[in-house]
Design a protein around this ligand. Structure first.
Ligand code: PRX
Length: 621
């Protein structure tokens, strides 16, 4: 893989792209420079508010309140405001299932479906302030469910459909969700993924896959039956700008994922504006973000950003190689996609599959490409630029996090000269710096997280303590070049980035030690050509346990069952001990040195240095 900084050429948007731009970037930057809060207040007017705010920002670090006194409804902004004018019959969602089945929902269709389901939720006793979990494949009902929750003031917590029953259960418990909206199953690479089977809570079940499921009377109800007689008249709930919109769980450095809290007003302003700016969105675009709604990218750039802008978007349920390795390119050709927003890991996979797959399709409709989730290596950037964008589409490399709610560092495509591998500059209204080689966000922004559900202490210690509550600590290593470009270098904490997904080393370690024969485990993320990082686990077995031929496979399977297939370790290394400091802390840094073939770093703090030497020679052999 080529490294960051290795590609030094700068790329400019074409004159034609600039001429058609709908966003005047220079004006935005200038406006923001002359008063950040006023700038955001002006931007917030792109949403429909029920009551205007009286104070733009109350900032008592680390607690921020944006648009204080203002009220609005997120669903209204995504749906209702598009059903009166020209956008009424515009496609909001063009959906294609993995098996080729298709559905199109106009904004008017979406309005009716969302309103009906909001009434269904009410009839099940869900009210303002309640939490509802959503555990779904990528089907329109996932989005309908999210919007129906916010229509009635319920807080959603979406759990990625690839997570296991245990992971779902943990999130339902922690969030206090009263109900789970799920589906019988979904499809991935031609395989049926049975979702309802993982769900033991009271549920509403969408019939999608058509597989048999066990429905418990009085506990589980079919979505289609409940929808049959539901009214499509459901007024929106008036929400305070600071009322919770959703909780989304993300990995941190402990075994327990954090429930990141986002509120209505500020989050919606961030989602709405950054979508318009970064994608230079136009009414005629066919926009496609390939993220699952189970992640923050799916929340902000599949649901709240595009819909609040009245965009038409493509949603695809399945895998890029089903039935063949050109499925993405076929979809782009079929629907005339103009904007594609995907992850570097996907791009590296396409590189491996070869240029003949995209070359066989007509990709001329594309005008802009996006990247998210991890640093994009220049080699992948150039491949994406050449073979997908046909050297005419700018690439927006967007840096942000679940916690930031929306994009923080990215080019504005008609304006910013691009350097492959750099996310370029902060967006207008966002201020950042690099302190001790880590990216710091130095002033509050509207879509910032408002806390960790039920854990204010962890909120402070994780994000604010480092710089005395003054600046937000991102946990991302970063550099700035002589032109002021930001280069994001990856996490500096014990969080791995596996195919653009955040997974904590401790989470995988907890899953490993849950296996009866394992005494201790240390997990590290190791450079991986496609996934960015792959999971390696160093495992210490209990006394007397022998390593058998199938033990490695069984242990890997155990991790999948505990967390989900995304956490499957690449390698399990059985060892007699783990390298620890005298105080008992596992030195993962040294394990990474071994795995990535580096000279071993400082060993003086180790309680017993022989083990690391032993592991190194075992590995070198
Ligand atoms: O390390 C950064 C990396 O992904 C982390 C955030 O993960 P998550 O909350 O799951 O959100 C992913 C989608 C926004 C960050 O701390 N990351 C994300 N985008 C980039 C990135 N690293 C470098 N460049 C990016 N464009």
């Amino acid at each position: 893989m080529t490294k960051l900084f290795e590609e030094t050429e700068t790329y400019y948007a074409s004159r034609e792209f600039k001429k058609d731009a709908s966003i005047f970037a220079a004006d935005l930057y200038l406006d923001a420079k002359f008063g950040r809060e006023k700038f955001w207040a002006k931007q917030a007017k792109h949403l429909d508010w029920i009551k205007p705010w009286h104070t733009i920002l109350e900032w008592t670090p680390p607690d921020a309140k944006w648009f204080v006194g203002g009220t609005l409804n997120a669903c209204y902004n995504c749906v209702d405001r598009h059903i009166t004018g020209e956008t009424r019959n515009k496609a909001a969602i063009i959906w294609e299932g993995e098996r080729g089945d298709t559905r199109t929902l106009t904004y008017w269709d979406l309005y009716r479906e969302v309103s009906k389901f909001a009434n269904v939720l009410k009839s099940r006793g869900i009210k303002k302030g309640d939490t509802v979990a959503i555990y779904m494949p990528m089907i329109p009902e996932a989005i309908i469910s999210m919007l129906a929750c916010c229509r009635i003031g319920a807080i959603h917590t979406v759990v990625f459909g690839g997570f296991s029953a245990d992971a779902l259960n943990d999130r339902v418990q922690d969030s206090g969700a009263k109900l789970v909206i799920t589906a019988d199953g979904g499809f991935r690479k031609g395989n049926l993924i049975r979702l309802k089977d993982h769900c033991s809570h009271p549920s509403i079940v969408v019939k999608h896959a058509g597989c048999d499921v066990e429905m418990v009377e009085g506990k589980d109800l079919w979505y289609h039956e409940l929808m049959q007689n539901a009214s499509s008249d459901c007024p929106v709930e008036e929400m305070d700008a600071e009322d919770r919109l959703f909780i989304l769980y993300t990995s941190g450095t402990t075994g327990k994922p954090k429930g990141i809290v986002h509120t209505t007003g500020g989050y919606m302003v961030g989602a709405n504006r950054t979508t318009a700016w970064v994608f230079d969105l136009k009414p005629s675009d066919i926009y496609w973000c390939t993220a699952d709604v189970g992640w923050i990218t799916g929340h902000t750039y599949v649901v709240y950003g595009p819909l609040s802008n009245g965009a038409t978007q493509l949603i695809y349920e399945g895998s890029p190689d089903y039935p063949q390795k050109d499925r993405f390119w076929k979809l782009i050709e079929k629907y005339g996609v103009t904007i594609l927003y995907t992850a570097p890991t996907a791009i590296r996979t396409f590189m491996k599959w070869g240029t003949e797959w995209p070359a066989g399709c007509n990709l001329s409709s594309l005008r802009l490409l996006g990247s998210v989730g991890e640093p994009i290596n220049p080699e992948a950037w150039l491949w994406y630029y050449t073979h997908i964008g046909q050297k005419k589409c700018p690439i927006v490399d967007t840096w942000w996090q679940t916690e930031t709610g929306s994009i923080m560092i990215a080019p504005l495509p008609a304006h910013t000269p691009l350097k492959p591998g750099s996310a370029t500059f902060t967006l207008p209204g966002i201020e950042a710096d690099i302190i001790d080689n880590v990216l710091a966000i130095t002033s509050p922004w509207p879509s910032m997280l408002r806390g960790i559900h039920n854990d204010p202490e962890r909120f402070y210690s994780t994000y604010w303590q480092k710089w005395d509550g003054k600046y937000y600590y991102t946990s991302d290593g970063a550099k700035r070049d002589a032109d002021g470009y930001f280069w994001l270098m990856g996490r500096v904490d014990d969080v791995m980035n596996i195919s653009g997904h955040r997974i904590g080393t401790m989470e995988v370690e907890s899953a490993l030690v849950d296996y009866p024969q394992i005494a201790e485990a240390a997990v590290i993320g190791v450079e991986h050509a496609i996934k960015g990082q792959g999971i390696w686990a160093f495992v210490l077995l209990k006394d007397g346990v022998q390593v058998t031929d199938d033990l490695e496979a069984t242990v890997k399977q155990h991790v999948c069952a505990k967390i989900g297939a995304i956490a499957r370790p690449e390698r399990i290394i059985f060892t007699r001990d783990l390298p620890k400091t005298r105080s008992g802390k596992i030195m993962r840094r040294l394990l990474r040195d071994i795995a990535e073939g580096r000279v071993l770093g400082d060993l003086t703090t180790l309680a017993d240095s022989s083990i690391i030497q032993e592991l190194k020679s075992q590995y070198d052999d």
